[in-house]
Design a binder for this molecule. Structure first.
Ligand code: FEO
Length: 164
């Protein structure tokens, strides 16, 4: 059985994962509106993965005999300054999500909740990947600038996500 504190923390994390999905879908809409179809594909895939994260937490609460209570999701921003600004925000957002997951893990350690710690290991590893991917794109964008041919090539490459 989940403790009330852990159940509340995971319910709130479901909201954060849905917000991540919403944020990335909003970024996909921005890319579509600005004629970056490849970047929009990448963001759609990212948005779908966040939905899967929310579902993973949902199922965990159910498996432990807990009660899922969905919380209100904030509206994400709809306007961004540039392609670089978007990916910089992705990186910062993922760093914040890592901190939230670490906080739940710290709580699970404090409560000797071994099952929650085991479940969270998947997310801790996933956050390493998430930060690495965002950080790599930010670094590449810094190198190529906003309007060069390389940016069109990046759009093409990221547009292949999920098809390989
Ligand atoms: Fe659900 Fe991007 O972390």
């Amino acid at each position: 059985m989940l403790s009330k504190t852990i159940q509340e923390a995971i319910n709130t994390q479901i909201k954060h994962e849905f917000y991540s999905s919403y944020l990335y879908l909003s970024m996909a809409a921005y890319f579509e509106a600005n004629s970056w179809p490849g970047l929009a594909v990448w963001m759609r895939v990212q948005s779908g993965e966040e939905m899967a994260h929310a579902r993973k937490f949902f199922e965990y609460i159910v498996d432990r005999g807990g009660r899922v209570v969905l919380e209100a999701i904030d509206a994400p921003p709809s306007e961004f300054k540039s392609v670089h600004d978007v990916f910089q925000q992705v990186l910062v957002h993922e760093q914040e999500v890592t901190a939230l997951i670490n906080d739940i893990n710290a709580l699970a350690i404090k409560e000797n909740d071994y099952a929650t710690q085991a479940m969270l290991q998947w997310f801790i590893n996933e956050q390493v990947e998430e930060e690495k991917n965002a950080s790599l794109i930010v670094d590449q964008l810094k190198r190529i600038g906003e309007s060069s041919n390389s940016l069109f090539m990046l759009d093409h490459r990221l547009g292949k996500r999920g098809t390989a």
